[in-house]
Design a protein around this ligand. Sequence first.
Ligand code: PMV
Length: 327
Amino acid sequence: MMITESASGKLILFGEHAVVYGRPALAVPLSQMRARATVQAQDKSGIVIRARDLKRELSVKDAAADDPLATIVRVTLAALGVTGNLHITVESDIPPASGFGSGAAISTAIVRALAAYFEKTLSRTEISALVYETEKLYHGTPSGIDNSVIAYEEAIRFVRERAPETAGSSRGTARAVIRPFAIARSFPLVIANSGIASPTKMTVGDVRRGWEREPARYEAIFDSIGVIVEAAQMAVARGENEALGDLMTQNQRELERIGVSSPEIEDLLAVGLRAGAQGGKLSGGGRGGNVIFYVEEDRVDEVTRALPGAGAVSVIVTRVGGTTTGD
Ligand code: PMV
């Protein structure tokens, strides 16, 4: 028997970083990019994982305790109460370290494929909790938003319930309130990939050090981001999408103040805005990864054409909302 399951990528629309500190954030699945995992029995004993894109092959038994691929297999088999001699192949068309949630998507695909292979059912919350175990390895102190939006595969508002633990003590699942949010009118989003791989662990760590040094200043910035997120959620619920451009730009300004932007991101933003985008911001950890733009329908082509000249290695147009989210 051979079972293949997949999981989507994701984008954070508003609220990254502040979400680690208990403020709300909005995220959407990006179904046009997917990670896939295939599980089949093997004759040899043990479990082998082959990650084609990462050019890695590893034995779960011999892998380091903090290896994310081995970890997701170990925790999932333990949760399912099963074991076996398995060959797991992982493929992904989600670029890593770009803010598209590639790590969480690969982990989610593996959890889904293992559950299906053993004919077990896991709820979205259970899948999300298992994937969170590997997010901790990638991110240090993740909020849990990536694993949630990918396991739920719908537009979500995410609020972490408690303050982040100190580095190194992030055991257990972060409790969070996760709710789908309404999008009255779908809208296009232009996504420019800067091509700069920027590990989220680094920017999250730097923000933490900044917050430890100047807690009041950082808390005030996180509060402003929280207000922007509320306004954005209200705007999309009412179909007032034209407010999103300004709100994105305001969110970007706050992210600049906590040091997670970069000259490359700001060049892309400047060119996108000059080409007619109504607003934009970095998405995800920052200092690289993606820049997203809110663009009225009739300017999408112009903005899309301008961005490669400003250093974008790829530009994607997606639709957010309705039944076509991400397709
Ligand atoms: O870099 P990404 O897209 O995986 O997003 C990270 C989002 C942060 O808010 C920066 C961190 C987190 O754990 O929420």
